[in-house]
Design a protein around this ligand. Structure first.
Ligand SMILES: [Zn+2]
Length: 690
């Protein structure tokens, strides 16, 4: 285990990158076996090679939600298809709920102070001092073959090894029966990503149920079993598959879930059915359950249950939300010429405030419309946003949980520009973009959380600007520079569980570095077609960061090893300066007597570890601006300074490095030189701008 800022992931990726480079060079001569093997898994185009494989897991699940005890009881048939070339004697399963059990690693590692009392009660199996955190975890979990023989299992924290009755050969499948129970956690727990929310005024609950069934650990050629434990910060890695889920809830509950409802006639009233069919052709949100009906429903606490059935194909996970309190609105939209209609829906209690009915469903439609053009057409039949039960936001296939319940008024203390409306809009956009990263492009978030958060945060800004070009985006260059200045941040590629400040590194810094690539190095056009290609070739597959790098290089025609190795894999920052400790001697100027032209010598210094193409602006005394960019190749020889002489016909007033803040230069105080002109002598003196 390595908790340092250049931890295991960074080193491993560097090692893989080294292999890939050696492989390309080697292949031109005579590739070694291991190199050839790698290229069969991923091609030189950055896409899956002809021997790429991934496992598939299909589920038929029945689950009962007990709203008196806040308890889940489930059973399932889980069919594991071994598409790998390897014979498997055992499978690993993920038991995410065990993170909330008393003795979980996450729990014990986070406990700030262990007293003798706590240790004693831990040994006894219950430590009330540790609070609600130890309240969860599987209470029952039995796996068996379809002929009823229990499978031998070993639980290892949030993982479970399942020994198979006989070896599972390539192209074979096995169906495993599972039965389980666990108490639903309070959604207020740190990194809960689901759970229950209680409304004391009317004694109702809102449930967001996630990480709620035993599922196989991801298995891949690159990584084998992805057995990183679930500690809280690192999100998920799982196999794609098909689901049929039968959800038993008390009558009067409304259920939202991954996929499509297949038995609406059994669970909806005639009026609700009629409204739903109207929503299927409506271009604006239609209430399926009105605010008034939701208020009525929360008063009628029926004991008997009814079953809502959902199906979903090619998804990496399945989550659902349920409450008596849900208002439900829906509309339909189309993304291409195929006449395929997608349903956008939102579910929120009356407590959600006035902005949810106004913004939520429309924001889902807007986001997917932009992404379907920028990346690849959204392939699923529904997209849904739920308000609650958690505070922030979390994504699951076709459904996201979003905390904010804002009124349409400004938030005090965070500036005039960023309103409650922006906060809710940005969160909905962000979580919806996760439908792509990691929803469609099935990245292992626990190992490579920076890819999905970085790309999602980058596209968040792109969608925001398409909503409103003046949108006050959180992930702006200036906000990032402020953060980079305040504190040294770990390399972007570090795993989330090894980071103190995941938001700073995986969201702000990663997205800013992607935007340097987009706006400065490749330009938006090349970047966008590269990501479009990456999204197309990796839809419903699991790429690694190296695949992303290779796909971008292949589609853009630019070799970018220098960029990946430094901007993503180091903790360096960028600081260009006009060298100016003694202004006259270091940036002097000469006048050419015959023409009257002026030549300026400027010397640029690299003070941080990073380099980038460097835009330079010369503002002439006449008011005219001259702009050019020094390519990154100027630093190829490992030099720390470059010199340029520039001849202009009019005196320069100011020379500015990176005038539009595209390089994330953390020290802008050394980026300009102002020339003070003395007409009588025609020999300007210069000084740097403080
Ligand atoms: Zn995110």
């Amino acid at each position: 285990m390595n908790f340092s800022s250049t931890g295991s992931t960074a080193l491993r990726i560097l090692a893989v990158a080294g292999l890939a480079i050696a492989g390309i060079a080697g292949n031109l001569v005579a590739a070694g076996d291991s190199d050839r093997h790698n290229h069969q898994i991923a091609t030189f185009l950055g896409g899956p090679g002809h021997e790429y494989w991934q496992q598939k897991v299909d589920y038929v699940i029945s689950v009962k939600l007990d709203d008196k005890k806040q308890y889940i009881t489930g059973d399932a048939q889980i069919t594991y298809n071994n598409n790998s070339p390897y014979t498997l004697n055992y499978l690993w399963f993920q038991l995410d709920q065990n993170r909330f059990s008393l003795n979980s690693v996450s729990q014990l590692a986070d406990a700030t102070e262990l007293t003798e009392d706590i240790i004693q009660s831990l040994s006894a199996g219950y430590a009330p001092e540790l609070g609600k955190m130890g309240s969860g975890g599987y209470r029952k979990l039995v796996l068996s073959t379809i002929d009823g023989n229990n499978l031998q299992t070993i639980q290892v924290g949030t993982l479970m090894r399942v020994n198979l009755p006989k070896p599972l050969k390539p192209e074979d499948q096995i169906t495993i029966e599972a039965e389980w129970e666990f108490p639903i956690i309070d959604a207020e727990l740190p990194y809960s990503r689901g759970g229950f929310e209680h409304f004391p005024d009317d004694d109702n609950y809102l449930y967001g149920i996630a990480q709620w069934y035993p599922r196989p650990v991801a298995f891949s050629e690159e990584q084998g079993w992805h057995t990183q434990p679930y500690l809280g910060k690192g999100e998920f890695a799982s196999e794609l598959g098909d689901f049929e889920v039968n959800i038993s809830v008390p009558k009067g509950y409304i259920v939202a879930a991954t996929g499509q409802l297949t038995n609406p006639k059994s669970v909806l009233s005639g009026q609700q059915l009629e409204r739903l069919s109207r929503a299927r052709t409506s271009q604006h949100p239609v209430f399926i359950v009105t605010p008034e009906e939701a208020l009525l429903a929360q008063q009628n606490k029926y004991a008997d249950h009814q079953v809502w059935t959902f199906t979903a194909k090619s998804v990496r996970d399945f989550a659902f939300a349920a409450s008596r309190k849900f208002i439900w609105d829906a509309m339909s939209f189309q993304l291409d010429d195929s006449n395929r209609s997608i349903m956008a829906m939102s579910f929120y209690p009356n407590d959600a405030g006035s902005l949810w009915p106004k913004l939520a469903t429309r924001t889902l439609v807007k986001t997917l419309s932009v992404l379907s053009k920028k990346l690849t057409t959204y392939p699923y039949p529904t997209i849904q946003a739920v308000n609650g039960p958690i505070k922030g936001g979390i994504e699951y296939p076709m459904i996201t949980f979003n905390g904010p319940r804002p009124e349409a008024k400004r938030i005090d203390g965070v500036g005039d520009e960023f309103t409650n409306e922006h906060y809710l809009t940005s969160l909905l956009i962000h979580e919806t973009i996760h439908s792509y990263f990691p929803g469609i492009i099935n990245i292992d978030e626990r190992s490579h959380g920076w890819v999905d958060e970085g790309l999602t945060s980058l596209y968040q800004t792109i969608v925001e600007k398409s909503v409103d070009p003046k949108y006050p985006s959180l992930f702006s260059a200036q906000n990032t520079i402020e953060r980079l200045r305040q504190t040294a941040l770990s390399p972007v590629v570090e795993e989330a569980d090894n980071l103190r400040n995941v938001f700073d590194v995986h969201y702000i810094k990663a997205s800013a570095h992607f935007s340097v690539l987009r706006n400065l190095i490749l330009g938006p056009e090349l970047f966008d077609i590269s990501l479009q290609e990456f999204s197309r070739i990796w839809s419903f597959r699991r790429p690694t960061p190296e695949h992303l790098f290779l796909a971008i290089e292949s589609a853009s025609g630019k070799k970018l090893d220098w960029f990946w190795d430094t901007w993503f894999k180091s903790s360096d920052t960028l600081d260009f300066g006009i060298k100016s400790s003694a202004p006259l001697s270091l940036s002097g100027q000469n006048s050419t007597a015959e023409t009257g032209d002026l030549t300026y010598q400027i010397e640029i210094e690299k003070l941080g570890g990073l380099v980038a193409p460097l835009p330079i602006r010369i503002s002439l005394a006449t008011g005219k601006d001259l702009l050019w960019t020094v390519p990154v190749d100027a630093w190829r020889l490992g030099n720390n300074t470059i010199r340029r002489s520039i001849t202009v016909s009019q005196p320069a007033k100011v020379i500015t490095l990176d005038p539009d803040n595209l390089t994330l230069d953390i020290n802008q105080s050394n980026n300009s030189i102002v020339f003070l002109h003395d007409d009588s002598k025609r020999a300007p003196t210069s000084q740097t701008v403080p």
